[in-house]
Design a protein. Structure first.
Length: 368
């Protein structure tokens, strides 16, 4: 079999379907460059999600498309361009591409644990991530991330968020002299603090800002929905029925505020004992029920794992400390699903014809 022409290689690549949008790269305009020299194909492709699954799937599809042509060596250069939300002219954080609200109907379901590990999993994909602790009355993220100290200001106007593991973090916990001190604020003070955390913090350019909201359907979600153009919300629940009753209210609140529900995470789904037997301590099917009610996908089911608590108490969340563990992998899968969902939402809102584009610097990732 003779060597294929560059035109044949390019046409094969143009017909490869994007794993998220299920349309050919040529129709989407995301095949940026293709070269064929000395039996080696090199191609540059723009993708709208940093997801590992997208990366692997695209590599497999490209190799399958080029195999009939006798091509054995392929080098892919993926240009990751995270889509940008439609911020208004008065948006206080226009350089933040996506703002995701993590919600739960009640306390004790692991919402903050999900928010923290989700942020770390997105960061490990090479994206720029911020984490805002909007749980004013019960800030726990400084402990979970092992951060102490107080934010500083370079110009006397903006606040510099603290950082660890490459994530920018802001929390009321940094401003309390005693972590055991209660925050006793009425509504106006709460609104003022939230507004300051959004407008006065120097978040810089971010691909994702994850907001850990208080449990329930209080003022915080309402304030944030009014101040920001939210990309959407993630609903965290456990399988048990008592948790579901409160989560239905969170879903209803999102609908009233026109906040898209991106997906559902079922935390403390089950645990597997040393014999490999699966135990569903809190029942089963809760996540699926909420996802069906919300008309949103179930992003993942995070198992009960003592390491989640142990590492969290030490200030190193499990995605950072033990990413290969069952719980760590579950959080990574949730991050992948979220990134893909956001890309698909932007694609559908744009008419479903061309791949969504972000604004600002793009990051490159090379696959061999």
């Amino acid at each position: 079999m003779g060597s294929p022409s560059l035109d044949a290689v390019t046409e094969a690549l143009r017909n490869v379907e994007d794993p998220i949008f299920q349309k050919p790269l040529g129709a989407l305009g995301t095949l940026l460059d293709a070269r064929f020299e000395h039996g080696r194909v090199s191609a540059k492709i723009r993708v709208s999600s940093p997801s590992e699954e997208v990366r692997k799937s695209l590599q497999e599809r490209v190799e399958a498309a080029l195999s009939p042509l006798g091509v054995e060596f392929v080098e892919l250069e993926l240009e990751v361009d995270v889509p940008t939300r439609e911020a208004t002219s008065t948006d206080p954080i226009p350089d933040v591409r996506n703002v995701i609200l993590v919600m739960s109907g009640k306390g004790g379901v692991g919402k903050s644990t999900v928010a923290t590990n989700l942020a770390l999993a997105l960061r490990r994909l090479g994206t720029r991530v911020g984490l805002l602790d909007a749980d004013i009355y019960g800030p726990s993220l400084p402990t979970m991330l092992g951060i102490e100290g107080q934010p500083t200001s370079k110009d006397g106007k903006t606040i510099q968020p603290l950082q660890r593991f490459g994530i920018k973090l802001m929390s009321i916990g940094f401003l309390l002299e005693d972590p055991k001190q209660a925050v006793v604020w009425r509504g106006p003070m709460l609104h003022g603090a939230l507004q300051q955390f959004v407008t006065d913090v120097d978040w810089g350019g971010l691909d994702y800002l994850i907001i850990d909201s208080p449990p329930g359907t209080g003022d915080v979600a309402l304030t944030l929905a009014q101040k920001l153009r939210l990309t959407g919300a993630i609903i965290v629940t456990t399988p048990q029925e008592v948790a579901l009753q409160d989560v239905y209210k969170s879903v209803s609140m999102c609908r009233k505020l026109n906040v898209p529900i991106l997906g559902v995470v079922e935390n403390m789904s089950h645990f597997v004992d040393s014999a490999g037997v699966k135990h569903e301590l809190f029942g089963s099917g809760g996540g699926e029920k909420i996802a069906e009610f919300a008309a949103a996908p179930l992003f993942g089911q995070v198992p009960i794992d003592v390491q989640v608590r142990e590492w969290g108490d030490q200030g190193t969340p499990i995605v950072q400390a033990a990413p290969a563990s069952a719980a760590g992998q579950a959080f990574v899968e949730v991050a992948d699903a979220l990134a893909e969902r956001i890309a698909k939402e932007h694609f559908d809102r744009g008419g479903g014809e061309s791949a969504p584009e972000g604004e600002g610097p793009k990051r490159l990732r090379i696959l061999r």
